[in-house]
Ligand binder design. Structure first.
Ligand SMILES: Nc1ncnc2c1ncn2[C@@H]1O[C@H](COP(=O)(O)OP(=O)(O)OP(=O)(O)O)[C@@H](O)[C@H]1O
Length: 572
């Protein structure tokens, strides 16, 4: 909340202007009513000049205070909104990628967008309403008391009923609000998933099933909103009934006071006007209270993300990475994703010497990607240690670690900026020449210059306008530009055809000869070109050696590569 404190002055200004706005609005109406009374009694002509002048001044002040209230309230609200978005993204960055793996992206998008949007409404229109309602009501009660002591007592009774109604319904409002936000988040998730996976849905001819699922979620969202709306309607009707009864009561009581000569007739319309308008700020407050369920649910989701504890702490001391030997050592590493789960890797020990190419191989689910995630510190091991050089990676900063390792993943994300800028993400201060050189080494230059605007061509959202192989070459160019001594390839060549694959393989070998490389490998060609293979089975090491050694001695390895060797043989 630290960032929000700096907006207190703006918030106070918005509240003060809001109080004046309401008071001037009521004063204008009350003065008009007073002047009508005077006219009815034929007394207006005697004092029309100061009265019209006062009315003019009050109207002007009302306009100014209205403008100031809107300006301050929205200024604060939009600044708070921007701050919250920044805080949210910082929080997501801090706890990523674990948070992204464990939460549905639609839920997260919903929190980042619509929950925050709802808080804007709270800060712009609702936050100050408690103070405004309180101050305006007290002022008007004093004014009515000055006219006759019975009037504020009646008003107070109805004001109390008005305030109590939303509080009586608060529990339900909270439950329904939380439910609406949850169902909205779920519905958003299904929509986002549908958009992201549309290709798969179409390919698998799964459109109907997906639409059924979508309909089910929309129906659930509708039902939660329907119940919410129904309660809102009931509450609104009760509030209006209270206001109506209060007007009737004030009308009758004031008439009696005038009839008995305890109040001048001139004040009759004034009292009615003030009594009617006095409810407005309180009604605004009640409206806010009616939506507290939604607001609190949205705020709680926003702060759940902002306050989320990172799974790994960046508490190491900075090191001079250029002085570290670029070896990677896993020392009896064990890890489980959650306490109740079996370990994903158990007692893993192996070393990638500087300049060596080591491939992790194993059946699906054997723990290869987990080893990479641990090296990148998405999570920390439960026991054991991972070292670069002699240094435990937990004893260096995340910045150090990211400086030391380049990663080329199977699914390459390209930002919606030019190809040049996409490559430059590897090193933001790289010159155009360096970008081009990296692209040439990654064998991306040829296809880039053939694009409509060459290096300035915009890659398109999620890089849809480029093929899988082209996207991977750009990722390799990024990694080359980054120049880290350690390269992690997570099945980086799997989406390429064999010709492309062989070419990229050679590129990587050339560009990264002398670099320490850890590869998560499935393909026989990748596996065979590695200096050392680490065979994983059910999270444990089943063998370490070269292809030849393992092929002759390791049953699991033979099972793994034999089908591919046979296919290659048939192709050959
Ligand atoms: N985020 C996660 N939460 C819980 N369990 C997970 C998570 N990610 C992986 N696992 C589990 O950990 C084990 C190892 O998974 P991992 O992804 O490391 O295997 P892999 O060898 O890389 O598989 P593949 O070749 O299919 O990618 C599997 O049992 C998997 O189900």
């Amino acid at each position: 909340m630290g960032n929000l404190r700096q907006h207190y002055v703006g918030m106070v200004c918005a509240v003060v202007c809001g109080i004046f706005n309401h008071l001037f609005t009521i004063a204008v109406s009350a003065l008009c009513a007073y002047m009508v009374s005077l006219a009815l009694e034929q007394h207006l002509m005697q004092s029309w000049k100061p009265l019209f002048l006062s009315l003019g001044v009050l109207i002007l002040l009302r306009v100014i205070s209205y403008f100031a209230e809107m300006w301050f309230a929205h200024d604060v609200a939009f600044k708070v909104l921007a701050d919250l978005r920044i805080l949210l993204l910082e929080a997501v960055e801090r706890v990523s990628p674990a948070i992204l793996l464990n939460r549905r992206s639609g839920q997260l998008a919903s929190t980042l967008m619509s929950d925050v949007e709802l808080l804007e409404w709270f800060f712009a229109h609702s936050f100050g309403s408690v103070f405004v309602a309180g101050s305006v009501s007290v002022t008007l009660l004093i004014f009515l008391g000055w006219l006759h002591p019975i009037l504020p007592i009646i008003m107070l009774a109805f004001l109390a009923v008005l305030v109590i109604i939303p509080f009586l319904m608060k529990k339900k409002a909270d439950e329904q609000g939380a439910n609406v936000r949850k169902e909205l988040g779920d519905a958003n998730s299904v929509t986002v998933e549908g958009l992201q996976g549309m290709k798969e849905i179409l390919m698998l001819n799964n459109v109907e099933a997906y639409q059924d699922k979508n309909r089910r979620y929309m129906e659930k969202m509708y039902v939660s909103q329907y119940h919410y709306g129904r309660r809102l309607g009931t509450e609104g009707a009760l509030l209006q009934l209270t206001v109506g009864l209060s007007s009737l009561c004030m009308l009758g009581v004031t008439a009696v006071l005038v009839f008995k000569g305890q109040l001048a007739f001139t004040y009759y319309p004034v009292v009615m006007m003030v009594a009617g308008l006095a409810f407005n700020p309180v009604l605004e407050l009640c409206n806010t209270a009616r939506n507290f369920g939604l607001i609190f649910a949205a705020a709680s989701r926003v702060f759940q993300v902002i306050d989320a504890k990172p799974l790994v702490e960046d508490k190491g001391t900075p090191v001079d990475t250029s002085k570290l030997e670029s070896s990677v050592t896993f020392e009896q590493v064990s890890f489980r994703y959650r306490e109740e789960l079996e370990p994903a890797v158990k007692d893993i020990s192996f070393t990638v010497k500087p300049g060596q190419r080591v491939a992790l191989v194993g059946h699906s689910g054997s723990g290869k990607s987990t080893c990479v995630s641990l090296l990148l510190r998405y999570w920390d091991p439960e026991s054991g240690a991972i070292r670069i050089g002699q240094r435990d990676i937990r004893q260096m900063t995340m910045d150090n670690l990211r400086e030391l390792i380049s990663v080329v993943l199977q699914d390459v994300y390209l930002f919606n900026v030019s190809i040049k800028e996409n490559i430059r993400l590897g090193r933001v201060d790289a010159t155009d020449e360096e970008v081009e050189k990296a692209a040439k080494t990654a064998m991306a230059h040829e296809f880039i210059v053939e694009l409509p605007e060459g290096y300035d061509t915009v890659a398109g959202e999620r890089g849809l306008s480029l093929s899988g192989g082209q996207r991977q070459r750009i990722a390799i160019a990024r990694a080359i530009l980054k120049g880290s001594p350690i390269l992690v390839l997570d099945e980086a060549v799997s989406s390429l055809d064999s010709e492309n694959e062989a070419e990229i393989q050679r590129t990587i070998e050339r560009a990264y000869s002398g670099f320490t490389t850890l590869i998560v490998a499935h393909r026989i060609s990748t596996i065979m070109s590695a200096d050392l293979l680490v065979v994983l089975d059910k999270g444990c090491i089943a063998g370490i050696g070269t292809h030849e050694e393992l092929f002759n001695t390791n049953k699991i390895y033979r099972e793994l590569v034999l089908p591919q060797i046979c296919v290659k043989g048939t192709e050959g």
